[in-house]
Design a protein around this ligand. Structure first.
Ligand SMILES: NC(=O)c1ccc[n+]([C@@H]2O[C@H](COP(=O)([O-])OP(=O)(O)OC[C@H]3O[C@@H](n4cnc5c(N)ncnc54)[C@H](OP(=O)(O)O)[C@@H]3O)[C@@H](O)[C@H]2O)c1
Ligand SMILES: *[C@@H]1O[C@H](CO)[C@@H](O)[C@H](O)[C@H]1NC(C)=O
Ligand SMILES: *[C@@H]1O[C@H](CO)[C@@H](O)[C@H](O)[C@H]1NC(C)=O
Length: 287
């Protein structure tokens, strides 16, 4: 069955790959890019396969209603909203300025929130066809590294909201999926925004600097293949192929062996903190 996808950040990486895959499978796609001229190669690639393209900067709150209206006009609504656009701010939390923190939250959290609210009426009205909201989160929401404080916070926020919303909209027959990729070879590490303030002296030689160095040298060498990642996402959303059996069954879709390893580590740590603190936690009611 052909469905209508709205994918943010279709200019590169996961967004572009998912748009191409859905188009090749005979679906309709509305892709958003911040600038059609800057992303002209991606725009021609998806348009030549039949996609519609809309300009959208997810941080521009007052443009969202217009974009939703435009998108709904192409095919009479959408079936699948993919909140994919995002980037990471990197640096020591102590060095992060308010404006940098705000832009990170606007892009990775408030933008998706506004799109969700904007598209829920059409998603609700078309839900007999099985509508879905996909939020691209990150392993950083389960296992944050030093230097990724605000990025992890933005993805945690997205996941917290998603957990509540998933329960709110389940009665409308709308499925929700949180995708948690590990490290994949997209433009992501080239697009990171380092804090404007250079790493403060006390952090030099410590865990933040170590991670910053690691990210610098990882670009282009990430083990994850984004083509394979978006294929899994497509299968879970459409209930087809190898991963199709997971449709509607799971809230979170981790992707990549690195992601699995880090999540398993985080779960062990959570469990051991739980075991250690249980007795203390249980003793706080009125007698
Ligand atoms: N690759 C990884 O290792 C990895 C791991 C975990 C999670 N993720 C998540 O995956 C998602 C996609 O990233 P990617 O890996 O595909 O990286 P990417 O190749 O850098 O693509 C990011 C996309 O987001 C768009 N974008 C950024 N800020 C935006 C804004 N304010 N408004 C609209 N669009 C904006 C970019 O558009 P422009 O071309 O206009 O900049 C681009 O299309 C992100 O949410 C990221 O956090 C990636
Ligand atoms: C809910 O969506 C599924 C497709 O995922 C569809 O088969 C089913 O009929 C829908 N149920 C209702 C009550 O609309
Ligand atoms: C996606 O994120 C938005 C905004 O943070 C939230 O409202 C929604 O619940 C999330 N949806 C899913 C399916 O995770």
């Amino acid at each position: 069955m052909s469905q209508i996808w709205f994918i943010t950040g279709a200019s590169s990486g996961f967004g572009l790959d998912l748009a191409l895959l859905a188009l090749d499978a005979g679906h309709k796609v509305i892709g958003t890019v911040r600038s059609t001229s800057k992303a002209s190669d991606a725009v021609s690639a998806i348009k030549s396969k039949g996609a519609e393209v809309v300009e959208l900067d997810v941080t521009k709150a007052d443009t969202i209603a217009d974009v939703v209206e435009k998108a709904n006009a192409f095919y009479g609504g959408i079936d699948i909203l993919v909140n994919n656009a995002g980037y990471s701010l990197l640096g020591a939390v102590e060095d992060m300025k308010d404006e940098e923190a705000q832009l990170q939250m606007e892009t990775n959290f408030f933008g998706p929130l506004r799109l969700i609210r904007g598209f829920l009426p059409t998603l609700r009205s078309r839900s007999s066809t099985g509508t879905t909201i996909v939020n691209v989160s990150s392993i950083a929401a389960q296992s944050p590294y030093p230097s990724c404080g605000l990025y992890s916070a933005s993805k945690y926020a997205l996941e917290g909201l998603s957990e509540a919303l998933a329960q709110e909209i389940a009665p409308f027959n709308i499925t929700t999926l949180i995708v948690e990729p590990g490290a994949f070879r997209t433009n992501f590490l080239s697009a990171v925004q380092k804090t404007e303030t250079p790493l403060s002296e006390p952090y030099r030689g410590g865990p933040v600097e170590h991670l910053l160095g690691m990210f610098d040298s990882a670009q282009g060498k990430q083990r994850g293949d984004p083509g394979k990642a978006v294929k899994r996402v497509f299968e879970v959303v459409t209930g087809t192929g190898e991963a199709g059996g997971l449709k509607g069954k799971v809230l979170r879709l981790p992707l990549g062996p690195d992601c699995v390893g880090r999540i398993e580590g985080a779960m062990k740590k959570l469990q051991s903190d739980w075991d250690e603190t249980r007795e203390v936690a249980m003793g706080t009611d009125f007698d």
